[in-house]
Structure formats: structure tokens, C-alpha cells
Design a protein around this ligand. Structure first.
Ligand code: ADP
Length: 309
């Protein structure tokens, strides 16, 4: 399985604000990778670093197996992105917009190819209408067609369903699924809605205050058999070291807190193991499914600190 994105210990500071904090993650070829986090979590900042629009304070980004800072233009030729509302010429048609953006990218296109791309985003019947007559969802899909005009292998979309009506959301969602399934594209999509990521993504990460909280397969993370277990002990660091050297290591999550993601029925075994190794347990909290956990990040800031520290 080849790695399309590999981010290692990425940090971005704006003055005293740490927007992205020691973030590491990987995106595999063919993934629809969900980047989930509430507003201000650091999603856009990370995406801007992936596109070299801003520079990291520290850390490393590899795209397509190459260092981004040393191979910028070669790499970015293989990337298409929509990061804000797409910048379209509203008095021109969808066809003319696409044709202009293709020319600006130095791409030779035929009428047939442009029409194929408009067909792919479901706009072939409205190709000749001016963009100002389009709904937000249609503009967003045209923006995605523009991002695809140079046939990139990786598509990055920052909150692509924001501000769309339910039909617009469904259309964009279906388009993203087709990009992945029919065209073999790798897609990174950010959202502040778990329900959105759940429907589109194959793998996901949850960001909170610039830090990675959880990363994994969406089906595994949302499987009710996989519960987040939070344990407090007299010496969490020692307990963590013990777990790291045991079969429980694969279940460990988070950075500093003692958290594991696993089937709830395994909890008694875990506690027995800790007790047998003289760990003094203060509390065990097994109440957080991923959905509750994400909700707790967005609603109860007091509780959040317990996870984020
Ligand atoms: P998200 O995309 O998840 O909503 P952002 O990456 O936009 O989050 O923001 C992360 C944090 O960084 C926020 O606290 C935001 O205010 C801050 N931030 C983002 N861009 C800048 C900037 N250019 N200057 C100062 N602070 C910024």
C-alpha cells in the first residue's frame, strides 16, 4: 500500500497560538481520508501547509513519497484542491470557466474532455448557463471540476459541504465517492461533522486544539464494539510504559492521557493485568463511544481538557 501523504510531527504557531501541535498522520493511496474537528481545531492550517500556502513552524510533510519542501512544484502538479469557496467567473458559463482554468494550468484540453469533466460533476446539462444562475452546490461541484482539470491523483477539499442545502450536500458527497471508487483518486476531506465523515470517509482522524485525538478506519472507530477506555492511576506514565510493553500496546490512544480503544468486554482483563502488575487504579471510564467522545470535544470544554492534555 503506497503512502500518498505522510505528516511527521507537524507544528504551526501563529504568535502565541499553536494552531497545529506535533501532528503525525498518514493517508494511503485510494483512501477517502476524513479530517474531523470542531472549528479552530487546526484543519485548514494543516491543509494550507499541505498545499505550501503557509510554512510549518516545525515538522515534515512527504507527498507521494517525496519531501514537499524540496519537490514543491513537481508534487503540487499531482494535487487538486478546493479550500475556500471556489473562485469562479460568475458571468461565464461552466464550460468557459473550466476551459479558462485548464489554459491557466497549461493543460491542452479538447471540447470532449471538458464536457466529460462537466458530466462527471453532473453539470453537463447546464454547461452553457452562466455560473451566476447556479446554486451553491452546483458552484461547489464546478469548483471540484476545476480542481480536477489537470487530472491530479490527490484531491484536497476543505469543508466542501459547508453552506449547502441537503440536496447540494448529497450531490457533493456522491461526487466524492465517485472520485474515489470510479476514478481511483485519493481524497482528503475536512469537516466539523462526524455524520458527514461517517458517510464518506474510509479512514479518519479527529483533531482537537491542533492535536491528534484518534486516527483509524472509520468502520472500526464507529463500531460500537470499540469503546474508548480512559484510566486514571497513581502513576499514569509508569502504567503507560507497562502497557506499551504488553499486548495492550496496539490499543493505546492519545498522547499523554491513559486511553485505549477496544472492545468493552476486554476491560476486566485489562484491569486484571494492571492490578497484577501493581498499578494502583483510581478510575476507569468506559462511557465514550466515538460519537459521544466527539460530542464531548465540541460541547464540554472542561471535559475536553482531560482528553487533550
Ligand atoms: P479549523 O480549520 O479546524 O477551523 P484553523 O486551522 O482555521 O481551524 O485554525 C486553528 C487555529 O489557528 C485557530 O485558533 C485559529 O484562530 C488560528 N489561526 C488560523 N490561521 C491563523 C492566522 N493566519 N493567524 C493567526 N491565527 C490563526
Amino acid at each position: 500500500m503506497s503512502l500518498i501523504i505522510e505528516v511527521n510531527h507537524l507544528t504551526k504557531k501563529f504568535g502565541n497560538t499553536v494552531a497545529v501541535n506535533d501532528l503525525s498522520f498518514t493517508v494511503n493511496k485510494g483512501d477517502v481520508y476524513g479530517f474531523l474537528g470542531q472549528n479552530g481545531a487546526g484543519k485548514s492550517t494543516t491543509i494550507r501547509m499541505l498545499l505550501t500556502l503557509i510554512h510549518p513552524t516545525s515538522g515534515e510533510i512527504n507527498l507521494f513519497g517525496k519531501k514537499l519542501d524540496a519537490n514543491r512544484s513537481n508534487i503540487l502538479r499531482q494535487v487538486g484542491a478546493v479550500i475556500e469557496k471556489p473562485d469562479l467567473y460568475k458571468y461565464l458559463s461552466a464550460y468557459d470557466n473550466l476551459s479558462i482554468f485548464a489554459k491557466m494550468s497549461g493543460i491542452k484540453v479538447t471540447k470532449q474532455l471538458l464536457m466529460q469533466q462537466l458530466q462527471m460533476v453532473g453539470l453537463e446539462d447546464r454547461a452553457k448557463d452562466t455560473v451566476r444562475t447556479y446554486s451553491q452546490g452546483m458552484k461547489q461541484r464546478l469548483g471540484i471540476a476545476v480542481a480536477l482539470v489537470h487530472n491530479p491523483a490527490l484531491i484536497i477539499l476543505d469543508e466542501p459541504t459547508n453552506g449547502l442545502d441537503p440536496q447540494g450536500i448529497a450531490d457533493v458527497r456522491n461526487l466524492i465517492l465517485r472520485l474515489s471508487k470510479e476514478m481511483g483518486k485519493t481524497v482528503l476531506i475536512s469537516s466539523h461533522l462526524l455524520s458527514e465523515i461517517e458517510l464518506i470517509a474510509s479512514r479518519m482522524i479527529i483533531l482537537h486544539k491542533g492535536k491528534k485525538m484518534v486516527e483509524g478506519n472509520v468502520s472500526t472507530l464507529l463500531d460500537p464494539a470499540h469503546t474508548l477506555i480512559e484510566i486514571d492511576t497513581l502513576n499514569n506514565e509508569a502504567a503507560k510504559q507497562l502497557l506499551l510493553q504488553s499486548a495492550w500496546a496496539a490499543s493505546l490512544q492519545g498522547n499523554h492521557q491513559l486511553q485505549l480503544m477496544m472492545d468493552k468486554t476486554m476491560v476486566p482483563q485489562l484491569i486484571n493485568f494492571l492490578v497484577a502488575n501493581d498499578v494502583q487504579i483510581l478510575s476507569v471510564n468506559t462511557s465514550h463511544s466515538l460519537e459521544n467522545y466527539f460530542l464531548s470535544l465540541t460541547t464540554q470544554s472542561g471535559h475536553v481538557e482531560a482528553f487533550a492534555n
